[in-house]
Design a protein around this ligand. Sequence first.
Ligand code: PLP
Length: 423
Amino acid sequence: TCPGDLREKLGASGSMWPSEPIILGPEGSARQLVLRKIQELSAEGHQDPFMVLDLDVLVGRHQAFLQALPQVQPFYAVKCNSRPWVLRVLAALGAGFDCASQGELEQVLGLGVAPSRIIFANPCKAVSHIQYAARFGVQLMTFDSEEELAKVAQHHPGARLVLRIQIQNSQSTFPLNDKFGARLEACGHLLQAARELGLAVVGASFHVGSDCQTPQSYRQAIADCHGVFEMGRRAGHHMSLLDLGGGFPGTEGSKAKFEEMARVINAARAQYFPEGTGVEVIAEPGRFYMESVCTTAVNIIAKKAALESGGHKKLAYYLNEGYYGAFRIFLREPVPRIPIVAKEFPSEPRLLPCTLYGPTCDAFDRLFSKEVQLPELDVGDWLIFPDTGAYTSSMTSTFNGFPSITIYDAMGPQLRSQLETAP
Ligand code: PLP
């Protein structure tokens, strides 16, 4: 079932095998690379925005995940950042993959990843995508409705289904509850309906919402899944897979919260799914893996100053990357990010309220709904946004004719040579 022809096709179009990464020197960091690129571009009179993606940081995130949750197998959520090098590194590290569509399945299978290392974790799938999964042997897939069961019974009767449940009382920056998840009261009926259609339900999943703020949400959801396992067994299913979804925060600053989540998960697992019961636990982290992997540099392409009543000065900076580019997610974040100003000042500069706009002609194209405090800057100055690896480049458009941001993949020489020998 390994789609070798597909690999060839994708390789030929250039979209699958990534161009060579920049190799960082022994003391080189991605941050230094960003500063060097800014200097180089400025010297050549160029101001285009760019992003540096540090694959060594990605390796560190994978290790941190495995260390905190040693009994959980990560299936990286491709939607978070589907850059070819990201997938290639994670495939070499032995991670699994959570795919949301045929396009993502093609990308991951095209890397030679075995279909058994993939979960098609979109509870509402297009029929043609289900057929594609069946054709290439991707069996694990989520559902949360009777209508989805009917589609799967017709087009992929050999699927191993995972029932996605709704979450109770989770607080997260990006909730997913309204759109997905079966209510607990409906699960018994869904499990019975699957049985009557001759479909195998093998487990339960949930998603506490992206950038979860409440570690205890995992505990409640794992307890709920335990109940669903009982219902599934009563309906005659062999329940053996618990899928914790994503939701883990991604920045260095959220380390303590992640560790607290890991403690809660490990304890809940020991209580509800103790070792020896033969239950495999997986998760679908996206943000946790990618957020800190990328750093983005943008340029001020236009500026306006205004005097408020009372003589207070306000500024508007127009950047060459915005809502319709890599920064779509920013507007949905509750607290504006403060960029690093790549400029030297003779003394501590006065901070002024600034509105940050993107480059398109749409008034909606702004980075944050609130002002941020920044010094007075000039057209041509650079701003640096760290922690821009999650849901950024994967959400870009070319609206108004602005091209997608240039991305420089970077890694140290050791990782590069390890990848040479990876299977
Ligand atoms: N799994 C599913 C089904 C999702 O929808 C998402 C994000 O939307 C993820 C995993 C990744 O979530 P996160 O980036 O919060 O880890």
